[in-house]
Design a protein around this ligand. Sequence first.
Ligand code: ARG
Length: 455
Amino acid sequence: MALWGGRFSQESSALFKLFNDSLPVDYRLIEQDIIGSIAWADAITQVGILTQNECTQLQQALKDLLTEVEDKPELILASGAEDIHSFVEQSLIAKVGDLGKKLHTGRSRNDQVATDLKLWCKKEGQQQLVLLRGLRQALLELAQRELDAVMPGYTHLQRAQPIVFGHWCLAYVEMFERDISRLEDALKRADTCPLGTGALAGTAYPMDRYKLAESLGFSSPTLNSLDTVSDRDHVVEICSDASISMMHLSRMAEDLIFFNSGEAGFIDLDDEVTSGSSLMPQKKNPDALELIRGKTGRVYGSLIGILTTMKALPLAYNKDMQEDKEGLFDVMDSWAICLEMAALVLSGLKVNRESTLRAAQQGYANSTELADYLVAKGMPFREAHHVVGEVVVKAIADKKPLEDFALEDLQAFSAIITEDVYECLTIESCLAKREALGGTSLPQVNAALAAKLAG
Ligand code: ARG
């Protein structure tokens, strides 16, 4: 039976019930709904609605209910209740009879669902932070193993300048660290307790909402009842933070898919995270990485979904907001499994150093060095850029790297070139010069890694 039957003389249509019920989605809030109800029992006891004895009885029944149904969603779903709040209330009444009917005094499902959802976000958000830190750690360990493997760095997917593999790893560490701080920041704002704001106007019982907030582990109560029951900023923020993080994951996946291609051959992925083709026996496909890249789309979809649902909703609660959970749950599930999977892929990844070095040596990645060499000899950079462009055209025509030109051939492009040019064209020299903060020289990358490992 619905919680709100009194005003109605007709049953809901089966189609309406199917359409309206949220239990198939919000059953996941069972723990939070019960924790919130236990705290609520205390709050209404303090204002004289329940005796201490009744409160204890209700709280015990709530705890028993949680033990019975936790990890057994099928039991919850079989109840056919409208939503998780109705399920908890009807189960409570089945356990303790009329006393169970007192629990909802002064409370609305509107402040209740807002509380449940924030409690859920806080708990799952912490779990997400653990996974983000785990991925960061996997990148640091990969950087330790493969730090000085020389590879080409790219712009426009054209070989641009040589870098070391550790520098690539630490680039993603920076991104995931920003993701961590973004989520921590969002969780701070989610840390205010909605309970005790009623349906929209505030509860009619003079309870201490500070105490209530504290008992639920929130740092403070929310301050405006209208805002409280209609606020889903935390859902939007978490979906947004997840979307940004998935963007990073998908870029990392894309880099690795390319590195793993037959054309690049820079890395080997573990059998554990790849699959074969049903037809082509030679294939070893980077499915884990492709799925990380692919799942990014559904996470973005949920972000747009919740933003669009909330757009132009009048104050305060509207049933539209029931649509907040399915997307959020899917976002958190997708994000979590992608973080875990990415860490697993990295832990078994090996760099094929011969291929990465060969690629770094090809593609004229040392052209900037030659230009800088001319600058050091007094030529203005723009002119040097032009001269080197001409050298590269000739090198491409002759199918050879810059360092294979004879000195007199180089001097035909500029007379200021002397024997010491060859030293500056080596990969070692290209790398060593990037010694300003944030560059790819080995001392810089080693120092950056040491700082990350310490921090
Ligand atoms: N199931 C609803 C939701 O998820 C909560 C109930 C509020 N319903 C209401 N009729 N005021 O948003």
